[in-house]
Design a protein around this ligand. Structure first.
Ligand code: FES
Length: 266
């Protein structure tokens, strides 16, 4: 039996949509921006260049934690777990699958790439080009349900990113100091925490499975806080993509010597 737009009972409309507004604009912008970001991240992670500024102790979030013998010794804050990685293997191999999993299964990104890349559907009240629709009930999309576990992993990775910022406040030869790069890294990690805590799974973990809030005032307050962040989840999803890119690009400039980090202290 036909499903989706061809399902029995659906209005037989020859046009793809009756919308006259520029409904295609949002998925097109999403397609361009997400593609550009993925391309940038791909080039930076496989190039394995200019990801650590030693004197300032700036480590790119694309390469953290750096735990292989290929990393400069100063960047190995968590020790050396592996030997040398061959070229093109991401140095952050232990965290990358979890970070990708977290973003790919995020409720917001799902909406964004289903619309922009799969056109399923491209916009509200615009028929999708596919003949059938099975939702997320079958392999591989049923794996989207792993999001709650990726959320837990993302929390651990945010702790690692936080430690990188702490290290950036301890430049080479000084117990404390900071420059413009430290502030950029700090802003990035604050926004990463905001994005992570605004996750729908986090909101459920904090406030779900309760019969009433009156007996759980702390969880109610935490749920209220997470709910406020959750309302900004889409904005945080985009903002953190931008801050990740800016942080990495800034560290690349400092590390390669193309730009001198302005120091405010030490
Ligand atoms: Fe977006 Fe969880 S819903 S990170």
């Amino acid at each position: 039996m036909p499903v989706g737009t061809n399902a029995p009972g659906r209005a037989a409309i020859p046009q793809r949509t009756l919308r006259t507004d520029p409904w295609w604009r949002a998925p097109l912008i999403t397609f361009v921006l997400l593609s550009a970001w993925v391309l940038y991240a791909l080039v930076r992670t496989v190039s394995q260049r200019a990801y650590f500024a030693g004197p300032e102790h700036y480590l790119s979030p694309f390469t953290s934690p750096c735990v292989t013998a290929s990393c400069p010794s100063g960047a190995r804050d968590f020790g050396t777990w592996f030997g040398h990685f061959p070229p093109f293997i991401p140095l952050a191999l232990i965290t990358l699958p979890f970070l990708l999993g977290f973003r790919l299964t995020c409720y917001y990104y799902r909406r964004a790439y289903y619309r922009a890349f799969w056109q399923s559907p491209p916009a509200c009240a615009v028929a999708e080009p596919h003949g059938k629709y099975t939702g997320e009930t079958r392999f591989p999309l049923i794996l989207q349900n792993l999001h709650r576990y990726f959320f837990l992993a993302a929390g651990v990775i945010s702790l690692v990113n936080t430690w990188d910022v702490v290290q950036a406040f301890r430049p080479e030869g000084h117990s404390f100091g900071f420059g413009l790069g430290t502030i950029i890294m700090l802003a990035n990690v604050v926004l990463l925490w905001a994005y992570t805590l605004s996750c729908h799974s986090c909101r459920h973990i904090v406030g779900g499975r309760l019969r009433n809030f009156s007996a759980h005032p702390l969880r109610y307050r935490a749920w209220g806080f997470v709910s406020k962040l959750n309302a900004k989840h889409m904005q945080l999803a985009w903002t953190t993509l931008a801050t990740l890119m800016i942080t990495d690009a800034y560290i690349a400039l400092v590390s390669s010597g193309a730009f001198g980090d302005p120091r405010f202290l030490n």
